[in-house]
Design a protein. Structure first.
Ligand SMILES: Nc1ncnc2c1ncn2[C@@H]1O[C@H](COP(=O)(O)OP(=O)(O)OP(=O)(O)O)[C@@H](O)[C@H]1O
Length: 360
């Protein structure tokens, strides 16, 4: 990693003396200009972690550093307004009676010595493409535009780091997609570093350069979107990031016997292991197109979900069901006999097969 802008080292936050901490020994770094998404289900501690970095919560343990400056540890707690961090929340928290420009200038309230606050605020509005809206009040803007005003307010003080807490979740589906694309482009064009917290897998995968998957106060895996999606380390990550096929398998080195035949593995393993295969890593073929069924498993199509550019099939093989995601060039109907064939190595999960029923 190039020089990290943010180093979070073993931070822990307990609200109560009993029970597990809300944030439990979380460590990660954010590189200069990087967007990191922290992805996890409701209640896993994402907001608490962000509030610890922002300075709204005191740490129970660990440290937060920005560049070489300690923001928080056992002895130090730099107040939020002196951390040089910009914040954008789910509810834009704009003042309805103030103009867009005044709302953005509010972001500069601690910068008492700044000579031209209005000029700075207008530049921030320009960055988010709202220079023509300075005199309007927020309720004359769409949800996406209001969120961009909130972003301009956070950007006006020129923070070194932006923290984004579910910033797109109040927007409807289409606006959410376009707004997050615009915000990503804006962050990238300006070389800004950001931490986004979200419970939305698609948002994390499409918005971030790296994704940290969080569960029960801990980070379970950090990697590029492709790594966490295609090479999940645990059952939780495999299931939280999308649909997957879980195969109880017997591994002997780089291969395993699985319910759908012998399969190469992404890493060597031995004994009883749980193997994950995404639906798009399986394909189907009609029996007449499979002269040599070696490496294929016979099955029957149970149902299909047509999604325009692709189709997801549910296929029964013996007593198990598998999901198979194919392009719409291969079309089968419920009841069709098919062969199911893996296209990629199986991904060995660190989770024990016994966790299969207790992974929530
Ligand atoms: N101020 C508080 N006092 C006591 N417990 C809290 C407080 N804030 C959060 N918690 C608890 O800490 C845990 C983590 O909550 P947090 O809001 O950080 O999770 P989250 O992942 O952001 O969830 P969501 O996506 O639903 O906001 C939860 O069990 C929550 O009830």
């Amino acid at each position: 990693m190039t020089d990290p802008i943010l180093t979070v080292d073993g931070i822990t936050k307990s609200y109560t003396a009993e029970g597990p901490p809300a944030v439990d020994q979380v460590s990660f770094q954010v590189a200069d200009g990087e967007i990191l998404a922290v992805l996890g289900p409701s209640g896993c501690g994402k907001t608490t972690m962000l509030r610890c970095i922002a300075g709204f919560e005191r740490l129970s343990a660990g440290s937060v550093e920005m560049r070489d400056r300690i923001l928080a540890n056992r002895h130090t707690h730099v107040p939020a307004e002196r951390r040089g961090i910009g914040l954008v929340f789910q509810d834009y928290a704009l003042f309805p009676h103030l103009s867009v420009l005044k709302n953005v200038m509010f972001g500069l309230r601690y910068h008492t010595d700044l000579p031209d606050k209005e000029g700075r605020a207008r530049k921030a509005l320009q960055m988010v493409g709202l220079q023509g809206y300075a005199d309007r009040t927020p309720h004359h803007l769409s949800g996406g535009q209001q969120q961009r005003v909130a972003l301009a307010r956070a950007l006006a003080p020129k923070p070194e780091l932006l923290l984004l807490d579910e910033p797109f979740s109040n927007l409807d589906a289409l606006l959410r997609q376009t707004t997050r694309q615009e915000v990503r482009t804006l962050l990238k064009d300006n070389g800004l570093s950001a931490v986004l917290v979200t419970h939305d897998q698609e948002e994390a995968l499409s918005f971030a350069d790296r994704v940290a998957v969080m569960r029960r106060g801990r980070i379970e895996q950090v990697g590029t979107p492709e790594e966490v999606y295609y090479q999940p380390r645990t059952l939780f990550v495999a299931q939280f990031l999308g649909r997957t096929n879980l195969l109880m398998s017997d591994a002997d080195g780089t291969e395993a016997d699985t319910p759908i035949g012998r399969l190469p593995l992404n890493r060597p393993a031995s004994g009883r292991v749980l193997v994950s295969l995404r639906p798009e890593h399986l394909t189907l073929a009609a029996p007449q197109n499979v002269p040599d069924p070696d490496g294929c498993t016979p099955g029957t199509v149970i149902d299909r979900a047509f999604k325009g550019h692709d189709i997801t099939y549910r296929v029964a093989c013996d007593s198990s069901e598998y999901l198979v995601h194919t392009s719409n060039r291969f079309s089968f109907q419920p009841g069709d006999d098919v062969y199911i064939r893996p296209l990629e190595p199986g991904v060995v999960l660190e989770s024990s097969p016994a966790e299969l029923n207790t992974s929530a």
